[in-house]
Design a protein around this ligand. Structure first.
Ligand SMILES: Nc1ncnc2c1ncn2[C@@H]1O[C@H](COP(=O)(O)OP(=O)(O)O)[C@@H](O)[C@H]1O
Ligand SMILES: N[C@@H](CCOP(=O)(O)O)C(=O)O
Length: 354
């Protein structure tokens, strides 16, 4: 028997200013995974891996990513989902070829793409028939803020929250990641509770494009979360909640209004604390406005950074080039990309089954 299928997983930008750990947009920059299962052709070679997998990478991260299936986040995630369903390894002769456009550690949700791609990979390889909603539960056992994961899995502009758990449920979900990903026996694997995450998809005006200015250095999400405080002042929480309520509706309007969107993208919960990690962050988010740049609607840190996300309806190149030049004054080199929402989220396409 032989089989081939492909999985395409979009990047994401999380937070969008005030929606810390809540909002995310899937973006048309992809992690693409091609899977061929053929014991006859690849069986012998696949035995060199502890789980019968020949893994190769091209593109972003190809020079650093581990290629052993029990060390790589994508295949660890697939194995986790398989083990929760009583399957310990990939089928003999599994060949996984990855092409990745999503840069690591830049705030474009690369780990989310690996986690979502891995869950869908496990589901497809094991022919488990899990819904996307159920796959999200497995993803949330590994990446515990739902913003990137929900947008990447479901597509479009998404708001989400994690279900309130009992103390026992909380301990189950918040245990060391190695207990989840590096438990190599189907008998003792920790299954994901049902319905861990809830999400809604908001309208998005198709005139709004996303300009991503990507500094050429990495900030890991864990480091960027470690600088955040444990608790906040009421005034700061209210500041964000008020803007969140306005922003989620304002970007769906047929005629996006910079006078609404720009102030609604201000944040007091994460960006102020992250400026120490990203030279130029404060100046960039305060100096670039709809007044200085026609077409600019709003500007924020993408995810945990260091990428800057601009929402705009025109003048994309000028906005991007001026921000790149501003970062250069801080000795930070950047690339930039003009992106759009990926409305379909992650997709799986069967190519052949013989
Ligand atoms: N396609 C992938 N395959 C395997 N591991 C990945 C992949 N994408 C991301 N990762 C892992 O996730 C890490 C980046 O995650 P993180 O620090 O959360 O940054 P990001 O903002 O890019 O999500 C990488 O260093 C790598 O270990
Ligand atoms: N809400 C999270 C989002 C992290 O996104 P990433 O793309 O940087 O992984 C946070 O702000 O920490």
């Amino acid at each position: 028997m032989s089989r081939e299928f492909t999985i395409k997983v979009p990047a994401s930008s999380a937070n969008i200013g005030p929606g810390f750990d809540v909002l995310g947009i899937a973006l048309n920059l992809y992690l693409s995974i091609n899977v061929k299962i053929d014991a006859h052709q690849y069986g012998e070679l696949s035995l060199q891996d502890p789980n019968n997998c020949i893994l190769s990478y091209e593109g972003e991260g190809a020079d650093v990513v581990p290629l052993q299936s029990d060390k790589n986040l994508l295949t660890q995630m697939a194995l986790y989902v398989l083990r929760c369903h009583g399957i310990n390894h990939f089928p003999l002769g599994t060949k996984i070829s990855v092409h990745n456009q999503v840069p690591f550690g830049r705030g474009l949700g690369s780990s989310g793409t690996a986690v979502v791609g891995g869950a869908l990979l496990g589901n497809a390889i094991g022919e488990l028939g899990l819904s996307k909603q159920r796959c999200l539960d497995y993803c949330l056992m590994v990446e515990r803020h739902p913003d990137n994961i929900s947008a990447t899995m479901m597509g479009g502009f998404v708001g989400s929250f994690l279900r309130q758990l009992s103390d026992k449920g909380y301990q189950l979900v918040h245990q060391p990641l190695k207990n989840v990903l590096e438990n190599f026996s189907a008998d003792s694997t920790i299954d994901a509770p049902l319905n861990l995450g809830t999400h809604v998809t908001y309208n998005w005006c198709q005139k709004i494009k996303c300009v991503a200015i990507i500094p050429q250095f990495e900030v890991s999400t864990s480091k960027s979360r470690s600088v955040l405080p444990e608790s906040y002042k009421r005034a700061d929480v209210v500041f964000n909640l008020q803007r969140l309520a306005v922003l989620t509706s304002a970007v769906g309007s047929d005629i996006p209004d910079p006078a609404l969107i720009y102030p609604a993208m201000q944040d007091r919960l994460h960006q102020p604390y992250r400026k120490a990690l990203i030279p130029g962050l404060s100046s960039v988010v305060s100096e670039f406005t709809p007044q200085t740049h026609t077409g600019l609607l709003g500007i924020c840190l993408s995810g945990a950074g260091p990428t800057i996300l601009c929402l705009a309806t025109e003048n994309f190149e000028r906005i991007a080039r001026d921000i790149v030049a501003r970062f250069k004054q801080e000795k930070v080199e950047c690339k930039w990309l003009l992106l759009e929402p990926a409305y379909d989220g992650a997709t799986v396409e069967e190519v052949s089954k013989l």
